[in-house]
Design a protein around this ligand. Structure first.
Ligand code: BGC
Length: 743
């Protein structure tokens, strides 16, 4: 069947809206509902299986098909054999790479480098577009303060500002200069909203977020993504204050469409419309379809609930045609923006592999965080070492280093740490002795330990590659105990007992509790899951060919019982301090109840994390001085400049992430003790000083107030600038009057 009519040409906003109206006027109810229906399409016989529905205009999007010929055939059928010739959205989770894999998003966040993060998304998008994909389900910008949650790996960490800036960079990277470029993908900011607060870090669990915290902490990254032009948003699986996100009118109608005026498309998460029944919100799938549609979910990801019920809901008048038309318009608008109606074809070439490799390596280099380096154990000097023991289950695993969500990742492109160390040692007198010691990170079988210990005794230094396999993080892969699994701690103890310097490289999808192992290590490099070129980056860092510069995008707890532990907490009425806390081992016999500090701390863990947000060591050192504010007081329409001198006081060139934190001392609602507001990555030669300048506006001082409107309140603010969230170079200023209510 040939297309009945061509869709009239017309570009620009008005042109597109006119074309949407034209199409809507010609669509049947069934064809409209078809546009809201996303189906799974990974099966080999998908063309046959979906052909009839495609021809009948019953499918708007196919998820999970990445064979270019198959995708092209599906598109051809939709375009040429359906009545109205509406092309398909082809969706895929392209999260941190397609074939070439960059570090997991949490690792990318540790780069604190928006340009690099944008470039990684661009690379992933270009590779995926060459397979026919035109829609990715990224960035994931859920604020996460609970490392038990497996999906923290996919997140950009605990902080709203860092997540907003990097999330927007990912949107720009995927979507490119224009969405209609055949190498651009439509982005999908997810999971709207609050998913990262799943109770106990257990995936899909209930969240309890008061509206003020939701607005001040969890929603800003979504607003930033919307403002960066994210073509779509995905609802969260979780419920929030009793209402599942997929039927949440506050989130989807009032905030997203009302306050933010978002004109992109909203898709449910996988099967989430049906799951409204499982949540216990609705008794029937019919009612679930009604609630999701009325809340503002445009597309149904694979549940078929819209397909099964929307036409009936329209027929009986419970849903007005105008509501359906709005939903369909949102889907069609995305297709127009992607250029799908204007001859967009599958990009015919992948980006150059050389360029992708060098970018993936650069991202891995900047993502690794040096957490410990006693007595300058690192960097290693290959000209003075003769024997190096390379131990551990993750020294040579091309798949695991890629991390979670790498459906299409090509392990053939991986360079493992062992391979990189071998090639680096090839030109030197250094010999490597590799012993895996444990079959997996989860293994308790210590039969390989004798060989590992012997290799360590025989070596000048020991490199031990520890962590978690990719399968231990990601969706539905949560852990209640986040120590190094299996017998890895015992392995470290055995290696340390040899008296040789022990350097650990940890690859993992989340912060781990490392207190039990830290004292046994001379140095520790935390590499997250670093992606295809992770091994090459790690080897360069270990041997000082590059200087570590990653900084933590999330706090590392000492023990699970501290969770959530994050830097931007409230002060409380009884803030702890070093002299108000006591350790459980120091409690005197017969101590009175009121002698034990009476502040907000744990008797066994104090109140600080093991490693704080923003922290990361370098092979050089940086000094901060000359903090100068442009003014002691500003009005809401004025800009405050903050300048500081940063000096490389060490012996080698390095990069520092300069971080600016604010505290609003008093507010109509209590304010965090510190909030990151700006940061800059600066490269400094030894002895070099650079002046870094930030500009703060009323937007940086604003927050959602007691009445849930946004604005800045008059009063005193503290400013700190430095290399982590405990920065102590301090100044203060005042805002002289309240701002007007901000949009
Ligand atoms: C995940 C989403 C993902 C979707 C499609 C769901 O299970 O929660 O993040 O985009 O599947 O694969």
């Amino acid at each position: 069947m040939a297309k009945a009519q061509t869709i009239e040409a017309g570009h620009g906003k008005d042109g597109v809206e006119a074309r949407i109206r034209d199409l809507l006027s010609r669509m049947s109810i069934e064809e409209k509902v078809g546009q809201l229906n996303q189906v799974e399409g990974s099966a080999h016989d998908v063309v046959h299986a979906l052909g009839a529905d495609l021809r009948a205009g019953q499918i708007g999007s196919v998820i999970n098909q990445v064979d270019p010929a198959t995708v092209n055939e599906l598109q051809r059928i939709a375009r040429e054999e359906s009545r109205l010739g509406i092309p398909l959205l082809i969706g895929r989770d392209v999260i941190h790479g397609f074939k070439t894999v960059a570090p997991i998003p949490l690792g990318q966040a540790a780069t604190w480098n928006p340009d690099l993060v944008e470039a990684c998304a661009r690379m992933a998008g270009e590779e995926a577009a060459a397979a026919g994909v035109n829609w990715t389900f990224a960035p994931m910008i859920d604020i996460c303060r609970d490392p038990r949650w497996g999906r923290i790996a996919e997140s950009l960490g605990e902080d709203p500002v860092l997540t907003s800036i990097l999330g927007a960079a990912m949107v720009r990277g995927f979507q490119g200069e224009t969405l209609s470029d055949p190498t651009s993908l439509a982005a999908c900011a997810k999971h709207f909203a609050g998913y990262g607060a799943s109770e106990a870090g257990r995936d899909y669990n209930t969240t309890n977020l008061p509206e003020n915290e939701l607005r001040n902490v969890h929603l800003p990254p979504f607003r930033a993504a919307a403002e960066a032009g994210a073509a779509s948003l995905m609802t969260s699986f979780s419920d929030i204050d009793g209402i599942p996100a997929t039927a949440n009118t506050l989130l989807l109608r009032d905030v997203l469409r009302g306050e933010w005026d978002y004109d992109g498309m909203v898709v449910s998460d996988w099967d989430a419309i049906k799951q409204l029944c499982t949540h216990g919100l609705t008794e029937t799938e019919y009612e679930a379809a009604y609630q999701a549609a009325m809340a503002g979910v445009d597309m149904d990801m694979v549940a078929s609930a819209y397909r099964n019920h929307l036409a009936d809901l329209i027929a009986c008048g419970r849903i007005e045609l105008a509501v359906l038309d709005r939903m369909v318009a949102n889907v069609l608008r995305m297709k127009f923006r992607l250029g799908l109606f204007d001859g967009r074809t599958t990009a015919d070439a992948e980006p150059s592999r050389m360029a992708s490799r060098s970018l993936a390596k650069q991202a891995a280099l900047q993502s690794c965080v040096l957490l410990k380096n006693d007595h300058q154990t690192l960097p290693l000097d290959p000209t003075t070492l003769t024997r190096l023991a390379v131990i551990g289950p993750l020294a040579d695993d091309p798949v695991e280093q890629l991390g979670t969500w790498i459906f299409d990742g090509d392990p053939e492109r991986s360079v493992t740490p062992l391979a990189a160390l071998e090639s680096l040692a090839a030109d030197t007198a250094l010999s490597l002795h590799h012993v895996r010691a444990l079959a997996t990170t989860r293994s308790h079988d210590q039969s390989g330990f004798d060989e590992a210990e012997a290799a360590a005794r025989d070596a000048d230094a020991v490199l031990v590659f520890l962590g978690e396999e990719a399968i231990l993080s990601g969706e539905a892969h949560c852990r209640a105990d986040i120590d190094l699994p299996g017998a890895q701690v015992e392995l470290v103890k055995r290696l340390k007992a040899t008296g040789k310097p022990v350097i650990a490289v940890i690859q993992a999808g989340r912060p781990l509790t490392l207190a039990s192992v830290l004292d046994h290590l001379d140095a520790l490099l935390f590499a997250w899951h670093p992606g295809s070129l992770g091994g090459a980056a790690i080897a360069d860092l270990l041997f000082g060919r590059a200087c570590p510069s990653g900084k933590l995008p999330v706090s590392f707890p000492k023990m699970v019982g501290q969770i959530p532990v994050y830097y931007g907490h409230k002060n409380t009425g009884r803030p702890p301090s070093p002299d108000t806390i006591i350790h459980i081992d120091d409690i005197q016999a017969g101590a009175a109840q009121t002698s034990l500090g009476m502040t907000a701390f744990h008797l066994d863990a104090g109140y600080e994390p093991l490693f704080r947000f923003g922290f990361g060591l370098s092979y050089t050192s940086f000094a901060y001085s000359g903090l100068i504010l442009g003014s002691e007081a500003i009005a809401p329409d004025e800009t405050l400049t903050v300048q500081v001198d940063v000096t490389n006081t060490g012996e080698v060139a390095g990069e520092e992430v300069v971080q600016l934190y604010l505290r609003d001392r008093f507010g109509s609602v209590t304010r965090p003790v510190r909030e990151l507001k700006a940061f800059a990555r600066v490269a400094l030669e030894p002895g070099e000083t650079r002046q870094v300048r930030f500009e703060l506006t009323v937007e940086d001082l604003a927050f959602y107030k007691r009445n849930q409107t946004r604005g800045a309140e008059t009063g005193a603010f503290d400013v700190w600038v430095g290399g982590d969230s405990a920065a102590d170079l301090h100044a203060e200023f005042a805002l002289t009057e309240d701002s007007v209510a901000l949009p």
